[in-house]
Design a protein around this ligand. Sequence first.
Ligand code: UGA
Length: 441
Amino acid sequence: MGRKGIIKIAVAGGLGHIGLVQAACLAEKGYLTVAFDSDQSKLLKAQQGQLPFIEAGLDELVIKNLRSERLQFTSDVDQVGEAEVVFVCVGTPSLPSGEADTSSVEAVVEAVARNRQKPCLLVIRSTVPVGTARRINGGLERMGLSGEVTLVSNPEFLREGSAVSDFNQPARIVAGAEDSLTAERVARLYALPQVPMVITSWENAELIKYASNAFLAMKISFINELSRLAGKTGCDIREIKRGVGLDPRVGPCFLDAGVGFSGPCLEKDLRSLICQFDHAGEKAALLQAVWDVNEGQRVRLIEKLERELGGLSGRKVTVLGLAFKPHTDDVRNSHSLPMIKRLLGKGARVTVQDPWLITPSRVDLGGAARDLEAVVWAKCPYEAATGSEGLLVLTDWPQYRSLDLVRLADLMKRPLVVDGRNLFDRAEADRAGLEYHGVGI
Ligand code: UGA
């Protein structure tokens, strides 16, 4: 492989949340990087520096590297064939069975196999079930390409909203391959010598990714389970989190009780991992419980609102937060969508507000668009709360934390708040005249 600066890299799925960060950050490191995607209209916009989603720090990086011509966008598969390293960053969504759909990964492998113009490293960043790299490698061997296309499993650990800084300051780099030198070559491409590297097998790398996301999900369900007892015994789950999280063996991260986890990764990966246990003839009792607790949180919050209001039919309900977490405009698999659907199904009149998603035209609601037609979109939380009989906080946007609770109480027809993110201070909410219900407090 040539020296840094002349290595040509292609990123398949180059307009996705992971692929675009991967491409822009590698270009910033000096590699000639081609972001490959088949979505023509998004590609045209990206070439002008207009990105398909919001991610902190990403547009500056893209614009800078487009100008320096270290970054290019393309739908021309030949350009992928010219690359010495191809990162596969395409999605692996859940199939109805819960298994991960790896067909996009396989399509990229096939395209690389057909179009390659030189030997290349094919690096799987996408989250794929254990055994996928070995299975794909078997296919390459049967095509007589094993010396030409070398597979490496290099799972990503980027969080939406902080993906650029996560890329540049990862906690670890995991790379799995048939031989450790190849895995190390890929890990060293990131040029982060201070970051611990886990050089391992394909299978271990694949499972490390699932184990990481499942462990995070488990921490959230653990604190949510405890929140039920805390709420009934006069405890405050936030104090429990503080006291437990200060133990370095536990740590404070991912211990915020609330509506539960959602988004494009944690749920999908947990479901896929449960299916992988199933295929291996093993029961994933703990993982199934993590899932069940998470589902239960959503139901419980709506039931709370319903009980307090004596039914939801005809009630005006405000939902604060559509994105699955703050600092993103991503609503893919956001908990808010099925919860709003459930509220509508019970006859509530729903108004939503999200700081970055002000009108439905700004949101890719996918299959949920039709379900949400009846929803009213408000520009600010106060407008959303006006005349409302119940307010549900579903995303922990920092802006919501500093809302004027007195004003909120004055604007609402009934000042009932079910805070699914424990954002408001109970004493302040009481003083403001809100009927306040948090999670485990
Ligand atoms: C997650 C992982 O954190 C990343 O390491 C991983 O790379 C990524 O999935 C992936 O597989 O690509 P992300 O989906 O961006 O990242 O979001 P998280 O920050 O993990 O949050 C997931 C959900 O958990 C959100 O709904 C969040 O609100 C919720 N959460 C998080 C809680 O309910 N409580 C907490 O204490 C923390």
